[in-house]
Design a protein around this ligand. Sequence first.
Ligand code: SAM
Length: 202
Amino acid sequence: MSQIAARGIRDQHVLSAMKEVPRHLFIPPPYDKSAYEDCPLPIGNGQTISQPYIVALMTELLALKPTDSVLEIGTGCGYQAAVLAALVRQVTTIERIPEVAGLARANLATVGCKNVDVIVGDGTRGYPQKGPYDAIIITAATPSVPRPLIEQLAEGGRLVAPVGGRDIQELIRLRKRDGSITEDQCGGVRFVPLIGECGWSG
Ligand code: SAM
């Protein structure tokens, strides 16, 4: 946690949540041995668990409240969802690869996380059944923020996403206020692609 704080994460709630969630239980062997290094790691099916600093930064940018309902696109192994779940009332997370969603469900059950729903599907369309959401986080690289997700963001809501090319993106934060959207740019990042109707085609 000291590595993350040293890189500028100040939100004590985020730092405590990351201390609480056992990251090594989300990573299949042999990479679980490197769970506490500040780097992304493979989780199978060509996918990755994000670097701890990026998980912390994106979580901090969401400015979460305990009563919030959050939508995550790109469940992966479920680690980011577990960190969010320690901070808010309810997390809905969508994963397009069924095997990866299965891994996330098993991991979340192992750590006793009860306020996360894992949905299999194309997250670029969001999940209007449980919206609107106080916060939305996209954990895969998208050419632009999918329109359905902006529509499913509540008034006062925050959305954080890596937006740009397939190889390198800018982390952006959108805020919806009085029906209009403002955008902050928060630095360069690298994510695997968001594949779907309103993302990359494959
Ligand atoms: N949030 C994860 C964590 O806690 O480690 C990391 C996610 S990983 C970097 C990106 C994930 O997004 C992959 O598991 C990938 O299969 C998924 N993905 C890509 N396109 C998607 C889509 N349209 N809908 C839902 N998931 C998608």
